[in-house]
Design a protein. Structure first.
Lengths: 111, 115
């Protein structure tokens, strides 16, 4: 079974803090993704990566950056957290098939 | 997550009945579709997929139907059980070219199974 893990299930940060969300997959997948999920808006793609050190902007990249130094790990960075970044963050990975496998999510609250 | 079900259309069914969840997709060029299930507090989980050259595909207790003429997808769950209670999303695949594929998700439907 594919396993995608995320470093925290729940996180509370203050406005202006730098926040790191970590994601690790154990299936040697090339592609990794970061989404945020908000009520009524569904899943929206923030960034994705199709190879180590490669990254592409998704639909809502503003206020975020990413890092992929190793194939199994994809990090999402909030340089200066704001209250409108309070959300559920989901990481996913995919290999040579289309379906993406998701982690359990990190519920981030910015106060 | 816990708040995913808010603001979503809800389908309420009795245990043992069949459920039909519908989805309209946006891009006539999409050639692959997936249904995901998201239980409260968990990430989305793959259920079943279908390619655009098919109009029906069956899995265990689930069937997906694809109508490309009207860009409509449905998920049928036979003999619905309490464990089927979740938010269900459809996703269409847009080929990104070269490297990877982008999923476009519907907003989801909350399935509530009454015992």
């Amino acid at each position: 079974d594919v396993k995608v893990t995320q470093s925290s299930r729940y996180l509370v940060k203050r406005t202006g803090e730098k926040v790191f969300l970590e994601c690790v997959q154990d299936m040697d997948h090339e592609n990794m993704f970061w989404y945020r999920q908000d009520p009524g808006l569904g899943l929206r793609l923030i960034y994705f990566s199709y190879d180590v050190k490669m990254k592409e902007k998704g639909d809502i990249p503003e206020g975020y950056s990413v890092s992929r130094e190793k194939k199994e790990r994809f990090s999402l960075i909030l340089e200066s957290a704001s209250t409108n970044q309070t959300s559920m963050y989901l990481c996913a990975s995919s290999g040579d098939r289309y379906e993406q496998y998701f982690g359990p999510g990190t519920r981030l609250t910015v106060t | 997550g816990e708040s995913v079900g808010l603001h979503l259309p809800t389908l309420s069914v009795q245990e043992g009945d069949n459920s039909i969840i519908n989805c309209a997709y946006s891009n006539s060029a999409s050639d692959y579709f997936i249904w995901y299930k998201q239980e409260s507090g968990k990430g989305p989980q793959f259920i079943i997929d279908i390619r655009s050259n098919m109009d029906k595909r069956q899995g265990q207790r689930v069937t997906v139907l694809l109508n490309k003429t009207v860009k409509h997808l449905s998920l049928q769950i036979a003999a619905t059980q309490p464990g089927d209670s979740a938010v269900y999303f459809c996703a269409e695949i847009l080929y990104y070219g070269g490297a990877t594929n982008k999923l476009i998700f519907g907003t989801g439907t909350l399935l509530a199974v009454q015992p």
